[in-house]
Design a protein around this ligand. Structure first.
Ligand code: IPM
Ligand code: MN
Length: 360
């Protein structure tokens, strides 16, 4: 029996993870996999119940599991709290505690949704890229950090720091992923200004020597942001640090036209992983059965593939999601301006995916 932990979190997190669970249950039983679910609190819901965004018990629960399915954290209710006790701290805490250093964020166009992008159709058609973001280091965790006052002037500071082992291990993940795709890695940096990026440059070049079959290029982060909207089809795998990866992965997601569609995996050494949609907690529509559960469902597909070693199940989920969209079902976020289609809610979207599972 494989235990999977569900951490629904805040906002629309509980609604979308509920649908992902239904889909995972169906696929697992179809493929003869026995899973049991455990559930924990994270983020604002944990603050409300226990006064902290992440309890040690929850970390232990995850450690004893095969994988973790997370919803989203955060919301206006907790916005006034300081950064050390906010819901987001729970997410950062679990990434660090479980050693989830490799964040994989695929952004590809789903043909049925190509028109939803703000970019021209001929530009969108080529998008199939993977952002490999370092997730447990860099400016998110670097010391010194803090706020203070000097001579009556308020200051705030963080430190972007990496050591070579952190850079080398995420770079290896990127090259390995490239081998499963189109054999190209783009390293995204700011080496014209930052010393830390110069270290990345050296280490990425060294690691690349072990992957002669994969081509490597380096791209400054600002021009990368520009190229992502001008010619996104040129990118295969992008590898970068925590902060640049945070920003570029939202941009990459949005140019596909559907932030509400994109899953992610955060992996530790040995393949243990946490899977979550890239979108946030969308407090404005929380609890209204309006959220798009497809990113959570597709995160479930990544969990099937990675934690449960069931690529066939993952393929079933992806096929069912595509078939649901091709049949015309849309949640509100996927509807184009002026498009005349019935909009379905979160649960109904889950029903429609379930109905198409295994149906070829
Ligand atoms: C993400 C989110 C998080 C991050 C926040 C919620 C802490 O934006 O997963 O991209 O910045 O990493
Ligand atoms: Mn982000």
């Amino acid at each position: 029996m494989d235990r999977i932990v569900s951490l629904p979190g805040d906002g629309i997190g509980p609604e979308v993870t509920a649908q992902a669970r239904r889909v995972l249950d169906a696929v697992c039983s179809h493929h003869g996999l026995e899973i049991e679910w455990a559930e924990g609190l994270i983020g604002g819901s944990s603050i409300d119940a226990h006064g902290t965004p992440l309890q040690d018990e929850v970390i232990e629960l995850c450690r004893g599991s095969r994988g973790v399915l997370l919803g989203a954290v955060g919301g206006p209710k907790w916005d006034a709290l300081s950064v050390d006790v906010r819901p987001e701290k729970g997410l950062l805490g679990i990434r660090k505690a479980l050693g989830l250093f490799a964040n994989l964020r695929p952004a590809a166009v789903i043909p049925a949704l190509a028109d939803a992008s703000a970019l021209r159709p001929e530009v969108v058609r080529g998008i199939d890229l993977l952002v490999v973001r370092e997730l447990t280091g860099g400016i998110y965790f670097g010391e010194p950090k803090g706020r203070g006052e000097e001579g009556g002037v308020r200051r705030g500071w963080n430190t972007m720091v990496y050591d070579e082992t952190e850079v080398a291990r995420i770079t290896r993940v990127a090259f390995e992923q490239a081998r499963l795709r189109r054999n190209h890695v783009t390293h995204v940096h700011k080496a014209n200004v930052l010393d830390v990026s110069q270290l990345w440059m050296d280490v990425v070049e060294e690691v690349a020597k072990d992957f002669a079959d994969v081509t490597l290029s380096h791209q400054l982060v600002d021009s990368c942001a520009m190229l992502l909207v001008r010619d996104p089809g040129r990118f295969d795998v992008l590898v970068t640090g925590n902060l640049f990866g945070d920003i570029l992965s939202d941009q990459a997601a949005e140019i596909t036209g559907s932030l509400g569609m994109l899953p992610s995996a955060s992996l530790a050494t040995g393949g243990f992983g946490l899977f979550e949609p890239v979108h946030g907690s969308a407090p404005d529509i929380a609890g209204k059965d309006q959220a798009n559960p497809l990113a959570a469902i597709l995160s479930g597909a990544m969990l099937l593939e990675t934690s449960l070693d069931c690529p066939a199940g993952a393929a079933d989920v992806r096929a069912a999601v595509s078939a649901t969209l091709e049949a015309g079902f849309r949640t509100g976020d996927l509807l184009l301006e002026g498009e005349d289609r019935p909009v379905v809610g979160c649960r109904r979207m889950g029903d429609e995916v379930l109905a198409r599972l295994g149906a070829k």
